[in-house]
Write a protein that binds this ligand. Structure first.
Ligand SMILES: [Zn+2]
Length: 107
């Protein structure tokens, strides 16, 4: 029998009594240069003033491409959560502090 534990609170999840929730998160750069990159380069090239700028940009793109690679920016994460943590997660997936000012007391 497989043993799972909650990735948030580390509590063991007994699959016979508890419900195990799986959270999958995919992180990837939303780069849309596949089709429109050429158009952009063309329009920049048409403007003579921007020619240097464009070459500069292309050089920098080359460098960053080599430096980071595409795989590095892409992450596929998977977590197991117990029911309590699942409820907390769906309310606040990024773990942000919520805007409620609890110490906004009337003193
Ligand atoms: Zn948990």
């Amino acid at each position: 029998m497989l043993h799972y534990s909650c990735d948030a609170c580390k509590r063991p999840i007994k699959t016979d009594t508890d419900v195990r929730h799986v959270v999958k998160i995919e992180v990837f750069p939303a780069v849309e240069d596949q089709s429109c990159g050429c158009d952009e380069a063309e329009s920049l090239a048409a403007d003579a003033d921007n020619l240097e700028e464009m070459q500069d940009l292309l050089e920098r793109l080359d460098e960053s491409d080599e430096a980071t690679g595409f795989d590095d920016a892409t992450r596929s994460l998977r977590f197991d959560l117990c029911d309590a943590c699942r409820q907390r997660f769906v309310k606040n997936p990024l773990g942000l502090k919520n805007g409620k000012q609890l110490d906004f007391s009337n003193n």
